[in-house]
Ligand binder design. Structure first.
Ligand code: 13P
Ligand code: SF4
Length: 295
């Protein structure tokens, strides 16, 4: 057993995909971008990150002086390793005037090769501010295509990665959900395939979807993202109705972050996240550049 952590020393951050009971205990709940910003601004010596491993890793890279804990260190994003360092080195040799843009849902090793990191909330803005004409966007080809469609002045090269949970959404599934709820507006995460994105009233990050629902005059919404997001949607929009586009829109890794796992961290059962400084240094540069360009 390690040392117990005083709850008052810790900032508990939870992603919208964490189980409801974990979101309820967090100091802050948000999307990947908002949580990274909060980690940097916090004056607490400890961060407990209720999310998958890349989130804790990014918080540690951005805040090397803080102790960062992941309640479920074995919770990994399936997309985090869907690109390789060799692929990046290869395209850097082949294409001039190139920026390597790495989605935050990636390992620290990939971020270390990035010119800039992006999240789904800031990708369009950050890429639009890069001076390079050619963009290598990895690992998510769906988010990459969403960004490319809005920046026709740039030439994009994509990797082959995707989120298996969002990429499994189909037009047929959406049409069936729309038939069941004809008055509902479709809000989709940018990791969904193009067929689904083009059917949507809004496409973006989880925080963007929630903000859209809050402002909209519509009363019913179809939600194409992980089901944990319903907790915040229902909290912020009482009286509005939300339906997932499929019954089980579930990221199993996010659900490993249970209330019991969170309690164990405070009892001294957690191991602080460590990132080798040789990787952390260039990854920090790419993450900091994101924070600057996203302002
Ligand atoms: P956000 O960028 O909306 O936090 O999404 C992260 C994610 O893992 C989506 O699957
Ligand atoms: Fe990764 Fe997909 Fe889970 Fe998001 S929903 S953490 S992209 S596997």
């Amino acid at each position: 057993m390690g040392t117990r952590i005083d709850r008052r020393d810790a900032l508990v951050l939870a992603h919208y995909y964490a189980p409801d009971a974990v979101q309820a205990q967090a100091d802050l709940v948000g999307d990947s971008f908002a949580l990274a910003q909060k980690a940097v601004k916090s004056d607490k010596p400890v961060i407990v990150f209720c999310g998958v491993s890349f989130m804790g890793e990014s918080a540690k890279i951005l805040c090397p002086q803080k102790a960062v804990y992941l309640p479920a260190p074995d919770a990994h994003c399936a997309m985090a390793d869907m690109a390789t360092e060799e692929e990046i080195l290869h395209i850097r040799r082949e294409v001039d005037d190139l920026a390597v843009v790495v989605y935050v849902n990636s390992s620290a090793r990939l971020k270390a090769h990035a010119d800039v990191v992006v999240t789904s909330a800031n990708a369009v803005k950050v890429v639009s501010r890069l001076k390079e004409r050619n963009i290598y966007f990895i690992p998510d080809r769906n988010l990459g295509a969403f960004v490319a469609a809005q920046l026709p002045e740039k030439t994009f090269y994509f990797g082959h990665g995707c989120c298996p949970i969002h990429a499994a959404t189909t037009g047929a599934e959406i049409r069936a959900a729309q038939a069941a709820h004809p008055a509902a507006l479709l809000l989709s995460h940018a990791e969904c395939p193009e067929e689904v994105r083009t059917m949507s009233a809004f496409v973006g990050s989880t925080a963007g979807m929630i903000a859209f629902a809050e402002k909209s005059d519509a009363r019913e919404f179809l939600i194409a993202t992980e089901g944990g997001t319903l907790y915040e949607l229902r909290r912020r929009c009482p009286g509005k109705k939300f339906y997932l586009t499929r019954e089980s829109f579930l990221c199993r890794d996010m659900k490993k972050v249970t209330p019991e796992a969170l309690a164990r961290v405070f009892e001294g059962g957690g191991t602080p996240v460590e990132v080798d400084e040789a990787v952390a240094l260039p990854a920090r540069r790419a993450l900091m550049r994101m924070l600057e360009l996203a302002q």
